[in-house]
Design a protein around this ligand. Structure first.
Ligand code: HEM
Length: 424
């Protein structure tokens, strides 16, 4: 098996031919084509329905607006409203003091999950999943991995902290999401809200520790105990499941699909995991997941509102402009990466081939950046370690060649990612 896997890409075409019917198209990461100028120009200025818009693929400006001066470039209204309509008062759908309060409470919760109990849940859930995969011999990675991540989330975030075997409600939810319209933000949120309702109906919240805010999800007056209202708790429960599971699940699916086309690289990883389960193998796995998220960033774009002027390579962007940072465009730009469409995890192991900060931003950043980045990274490492210790994945080059990309609530493959699995 040769080590040059098929890497699908969006089509690029002139900006003048790229049709955005409205801003919410961009907030849903649609359409499936990107303006070709984004590979050469640091910023493209347009007006969409009278709203000035700047499409940015400049690493310096991205670093400045998203990370260094994030308070001057707050979350964009259209992104926030879309989340509000879908999830309600979750931290993605709110702004200002309410948002800051929710972020602080949820950050503490996510921090408390990292550690030995997450490791144990991942080990048990992954072992269960692998047993099923080996029986089947052939699996759909883009369904199986999001499902595994949702099982882990169910047992850690919303469960008693221990895994009780594959859960029927979780399996059904993962299947429903896999079959849902990729661009239907509201419909996808509905499915997740159903799952939270079952969590409530089955009284799983009773077994949560008192420190977990979701313990108070059914309490009519939980404010004094958690700092969040009941509707905020419900919205954030569904919001966390939504933000965390397809993103992490599809990153795992793409990583295994790429490795399944790279026999030599996979063998090398198996060897490393056998010899040094926590040392050099951790660096190799980090490089693998970074390169996967570079090529297939789960969120292809993120947005901010310019409350302050921003100058990008000599072009002044006026306050009031909607800033769209193209994560996909930054990650595939020939200005920052050699062979941008090639799968080369080793580029993340060599300091000399690393791009400027701001050119690699899978989790976005700053005051509205991903709240689960640390937990996602830990899950990616733990789940890949368990899988690669136990099984070998093979993807037929013929099948791989027909896979393309679809933009929607996040970035998806346009067809199931099938793979053969066998015990090591
Ligand atoms: C590979 C996995 C993941 C990736 C690539 C990812 C990426 C992102 C990105 C790009 C954003 C948008 C930030 C912005 O608006 O600029 C985001 C938001 C968010 N993510 Fe993640 N994420 C991942 C996993 C997770 C996990 C596991 C959790 C929680 C357990 C999580 C929780 C959140 C939350 C709560 C937000 C909303 C922040 C807000 O709107 O203020 N994410 N994520």
């Amino acid at each position: 098996m040769q080590d040059t896997p098929h890497v699908p890409r969006f089509k690029f075409q002139p900006a003048a031919h790229t049709t955005w019917r409205g801003l919410s198209d961009i907030a849903r990461f649609r359409p499936n084509t990107r303006p070709v100028e984004m590979l050469t120009e640091p910023v493209i200025l347009r007006k969409i329905r009278q709203q000035p818009v700047a499409l940015i693929t400049d690493a310096t400006a991205t670093q400045k607006a998203l990370f260094r001066h994030s308070s001057l470039f707050p979350k964009a209204d259209v992104q926030q409203k879309l989340a509000y309509v879908a999830f309600g008062e979750s931290l993605s759908g709110t702004t200002g003091a309410q948002n800051a309060n929710q972020r602080q409470i949820m950050r503490q919760l996510l921090h408390s999950i990292l550690g030995p109990s997450l490791q144990q849940v991942v080990q048990e859930a992954t072992e269960d999943a692998i047993t099923g995969w080996l029986q089947a011999g052939r699996i759909n990675l883009s369904l199986a991995l999001p499902e595994l991540v949702l099982q882990v989330a169910w047992a850690t975030l919303f469960g008693p902290g221990s895994y009780e075997g594959r859960d029927h409600d979780v399996l059904e939810t993962a299947k429903r999401l896999d079959q849902a319209d990729r661009g239907d933000f509201r419909g996808n949120a509905e499915v997740l809200r159903d799952l939270i309702q079952r969590f409530i109906d089955r009284r799983r919240w009773e077994r949560l520790p008192h420190t977990n805010p979701f313990r108070h999800i059914t309490n009519p007056d939980p404010v004094s105990q958690t700092g969040l209202t009941q509707s905020e708790l419900l919205a954030n429960a569904a919001g966390l499941a939504g933000s965390g599971h397809v993103t992490t699940g599809l990153t795992l699916a793409w990583a295994l699909w790429l490795l399944g086309q790279c026999g030599t690289m996979q063998e090398r990883l198996h060897e490393r995991l056998k010899q040094a389960p926590n040392g050099t193998s951790a660096a190799s796995l980090l490089a693998l997941t970074n390169e996967t998220m570079r090529l297939f960033p789960p969120a292809t774009e993120t947005m901010r509102r310019a409350d302050y002027p921003l100058t990008i390579a000599g072009t002044r962007i006026e306050p009031g402009t909607l800033l769209i940072f193209s994560i996909y465009g930054l990650h595939r730009s020939p200005r920052y990466w050699s062979e941008p469409d090639a799968f080369k995890p080793e580029r993340f192991l060599e300091a000399s081939s690393l791009p400027p900060s701001g050119a690699f931003i899978p989790f976005s950043g700053g005051a509205s950046g991903c709240l689960g980045a640390a937990i996602a990274r830990e899950e990616l490492r733990l789940i890949l370690t368990e899988i690669l210790k136990r099984i070998t994945i093979r993807v037929s080059p013929g099948m791989a060649a027909s896979v393309g990309l679809t933009a929607g609530v996040c970035l998806y493959p346009n067809q199931p990612l099938y793979a053969e699995v066998a015990a090591n």
